[in-house]
Write a protein that binds this ligand. Sequence first.
Ligand code: AP5
Length: 219
Amino acid sequence: MNIVLLGAPGAGKGTQADLLSAYLQVPHVATGDLFREALRNNTCLGQQAKEYMDRGELVPDSITVAMVRERLAQPDCARGVILDGFPRTIEQAEALDALLSELDRQLDLVVFIRVRPEVLVERLSGRWICHDCQGVYHTLFNPPEVPGVCDACDGELFQRVDDRPETQRYRIEVYLRQTAPLVEWYRERGLLVEVDGEREIDRIQEDLREAVARVRAAG
Ligand code: AP5
């Protein structure tokens, strides 16, 4: 299955994508993670992306789409993929349709995780991420067993540069302006399922799995 998780910064896309990826045994492909990995590896792509990411702006579509094309063509994506943070513009959504059709595949489901802006700020402010496995934690809502250390791999936890308060607010504005229109775009195409993202992590995951089951049953 090819699934897109849509939602504002801090809505819980990464958290839910990790769980769904383990359940469906298909890779979790997050464009933000791909850019951050490129930056860690000091590649040209990473350097190009950094200036946009640090400001909270979107990386240009041409760069982003080329990176996703390369990732989707890798063998582990052949059985399907969970896309997190892509597409983020109508142009990227059109490019995704074209990429999937080149691979003789199609998009099966788009899940919009709905969360109010005031809750997003609280989530981004308390977020910690593992340097090694990218596991996501929250000081209050999903704390690690040992502060500063990843439960899964013992990696060191850090806070993202773009989670600073002024950049957070700007990222939410960018989302409302450039990405939120995708909700109606996908609804019109009959692909959208909307879930309330302000509940327990496990409860939201149940909704996602039910949505997947409904698509499978219909197919
Ligand atoms: P990206 O890395 O994609 O960031 P984002 O979309 O802003 O999303 P986040 O990772 O901030 O949030 P999330 O929804 O995954 O929430 P999470 O699960 O972590 O993008 C970063 C930058 O890269 C962009 O600004 C842009 O520059 C660039 N970029 C990326 N993709 C691009 C694209 N396609 N085009 C152009 N540029 C692109 O959860 C947040 C916190 O809440 C965590 O602490 C978590 O533990 C907690 N939490 C999660 N669920 C719950 C819950 N139900 N209850 C309580 N707490 C919860």
